[in-house]
Design a protein around this ligand. Structure first.
Ligand code: BTN
Length: 340
């Protein structure tokens, strides 16, 4: 049995004095504290009070606000239980070195910089909140503090660069397996990196790779999962297309346990790839293929291509059947369901 790995707790630089006082006033009162009371005691405007409350909410505090009554603190943010995580992963290559942040710009950005500085394979960067979370295709990834899973893992596989993109499918199928085990919710994977419950996105993978010519230097696998996010905490633009495990299952899910399970599933799948190649990953992906048999639209530089998704080939490329049975392969691209 290996000893428990190292955990570095990296506290964020904390709250400004005023926000801390707003929080202390809310904590001290079981009922509502009026905006006027807070603004008078701090000597700031009501608008500034509202901004501090908004930013506390973004840090995971649940604060009820009712006009003419004020604000009431309902719930403190719930943090990951790191001892449980280290215990569950103590024999895993992903249990050797954790870096745990209250808040960070992006766990992927941090993992990339650690990888550049020589951090070993298996290093895991975790955050309760991200101020500049990154998604695929230059998009943002947002999640209220303490409600989702936001983490990145450093890999140093002995694989050719041409195989690197297949690790997205490895991470997606591993995360899907773990989420399903933990929450009981069936998870489909939308090529190449989206995790779906029904027709809504519950998580995503962002793979970033560095290397030279045919040799991978490092891979950072970033995983974001909406775990206990409430409907009202989703960005307004995503409320019809996103979901959390809590919303789908009707009950909160233990984030620490889910994180440990995801790391263990990722290790199993990754070690299998390193030893035996990608066959298992490809067949697991095919069994969870969200797009298969659907009419889809793939955005390419030359415009949108519409056809029927028929699966993936042995290199992980998306297969799309066009009129006259002509099949096109896509190695990258943004895919949406085609409205009929
Ligand atoms: C996507 O669906 O576009 C991919 C989303 C990946 C988000 C995760 S959250 C943890 C890690 N750090 C980031 O900045 N992004 C990934």
């Amino acid at each position: 049995m290996q000893p428990t790995g190292s955990v570095t707790y990296v506290r964020s630089n904390g709250m400004c004095e005023r926000k801390r006082t707003v929080l202390d006033m809310l904590r001290a009162s079981p009922g509502f504290v009026s905006g006027e009371q807070i603004s008078a005691s701090l000597g700031i405007s009501r608008n500034a009070v509202h901004k501090h409350v908004k930013s506390l909410r973004a840090r995971g505090y649940t604060i009820c606000g009712i006009s003419r009554r004020g604000y009431r603190l309902e719930e403190e943010p719930s943090k990951l239980v790191i001892p449980l995580l280290t215990e569950m992963t103590r024999e895993s290559m992903f249990g050797r070195s954790f870096r745990y942040y209250d808040e960070i710009a992006s766990t992927n950005a941090e993992a990339k910089s650690l990888a550049d500085d020589g951090a070993p394979e298996g290093t895991v960067v975790i955050a309760e909140a991200q101020s500049a979370g990154r998604g695929r295709l230059g998009r943002r990834w947002t999640s209220p503090a303490g409600k989702g899973l936001l983490f990145s893992v450093i890999l140093r596989p002995d694989l050719p660069m041409a195989d690197a993109h297949l690790l997205t499918l490895v991470a997606a199928t591993a995360a899907a397996t773990a989420i399903e085990e933990q929450s009981g919710q069936p998870i489909a994977v939308k090529w190449p990196n989206d995790l779906f419950i029904g027709d809504r996105k519950v998580g995503g993978i962002l793979l970033e790779v560095s290397g030279e010519q045919d040799e991978i230097g490092w891979v950072v696998v970033g995983i974001g999962i909406n775990v206990n996010t409430e409907y009202g905490e989703l960005p307004v633009a995503l409320r019809r297309s996103a979901v959390s495990l809590k919303m789908a299952a009707g009950a909160a899910v233990d984030r620490s346990e889910l994180l440990a399970r995801t790391l263990l599933a990722l290790e199993t799948q990754y070690l299998d790839v390193v030893r035996n190649g990608f066959d298992r990953t490809l067949s697991e992906f095919r069994a969870r293929d969200y797009l298969r048999a659907k009419t889809i639209s793939v955005q390419t530089r030359g415009g949108a291509v519409v056809g029927e998704a028929t699966g993936i080939d042995d290199r992980g490329a998306l297969l799309v059947e066009l009129p006259h049975r002509h099949v096109r392969r896509f190695h990258a691209g943004d895919v949406t369901l085609h409205a009929t």
